[in-house]
Design a protein around this ligand. Structure first.
Ligand SMILES: [Zn+2]
Length: 279
């Protein structure tokens, strides 16, 4: 009996030691309140910039989110969502420790960069909670991704998109994003952007006419003046990419006759996806 008691005690001791050493034990679980706060902040940033710029598309998309967004959280089975009805979209604040949920979440947690991302297979807008970015970058990326969420809500039963449909949707998202960014950046950014487009046409116009697009430039510190000091290299990367895509789209629109512009812009956007995985 004594031997058995010792065996049970040492087994219990081992379990305690194991639990203390287990990596899961060291990671604090994210509470529902913490995730709710991130959702509220994200919607607030988007709403503030949509109202301040009076951008019609941003206001509509913000209204669409306010009406349909519910809290979502990673779960080992996929997604836990506080869905209200069929049109609900889960907004999922993603923290580094969410990789503990395994599978798909590990992959998402390891991806760097974008602050927001719409994941159609989950009908969820993922917000990277730990990604340092200024409020304008958060609002701009949320606008782009909420456009994808809106488009998905219109074609929910469709299994997949053709390349052409993908390019059409992505072009619209980038045109809306460019417009919203211009309004946020104000007159000084507008002047800077015009000279970027002019210079691009001068240097690369002939190439663009043959579907050869210029490479993205390094981060221009002037962007800090228009949008506030960038908070991370990821944010600089986002801003430089945003400026480059807008510049190319506007250059295409100046270089081609009106009836060819959309087709050429779609080709450019599709090449971004095909060659660099940008979407
Ligand atoms: Zn997109």
């Amino acid at each position: 009996m004594k031997k058995m008691l010792i065996a049970v005690c040492s087994l219990l001791g081992m379990i305690v030691i194991y639990q203390n050493c287990s990596p899961k034990k060291k990671v604090r679980a994210i509470t529902q309140d913490e995730r709710t706060t991130i959702v509220a902040h994200s919607l607030y940033y988007f709403d503030s910039f949509a109202s301040a710029t009076n951008d019609v598309a941003a206001k509509r998309l913000n209204g669409f989110l306010i009406q349909n967004v519910v809290l979502g959280a990673p779960d080992s089975d996929g997604l836990m969502s506080w869905k209200k009805n069929d049109s609900s979209i889960s907004m999922v604040p993603l923290f580094t420790q969410d990789s503990l949920f395994g599978g798909f979440w590990v992959e998402l947690c390891n991806q760097k960069g974008m602050y927001a991302e719409f994941i159609s297979k989950l009908n969820a807008l993922v917000i990277r909670a730990g990604e340092p970015a200024t409020a304008s970058t958060k609002a701009i990326t949320l606008m782009h991704e909420s456009f994808h969420a809106f488009m998905f809500s219109q074609h929910r039963n469709k299994k997949s998109q053709t390349d052409k449909e993908y390019a059409e949707e992505e072009l619209l998202a980038y045109l809306l994003q460019s417009d919203f960014t211009r309004k946020i950046g104000g007159q000084e950014y507008e002047t800077f952007l015009s000279s970027e487009v002019e210079q691009t046409i001068k240097e690369f116009g002939a190439g663009i006419k043959n579907s050869q697009f210029p490479q993205r430039k390094k981060y221009d510190q002037k962007l800090d003046i228009f949008f506030g000091q960038a908070m991370s290299d990821q944010e600089k990367d986002f801003r430089a990419t945003n400026l480059w895509i807008t510049t190319c789209l506007y250059a295409i629109s100046d270089l081609f006759p009106a009836n060819q512009v959309t087709e050429k812009q779609e080709f450019f956007i599709y090449s971004l996806y095909r060659e660099q995985g940008l979407r």
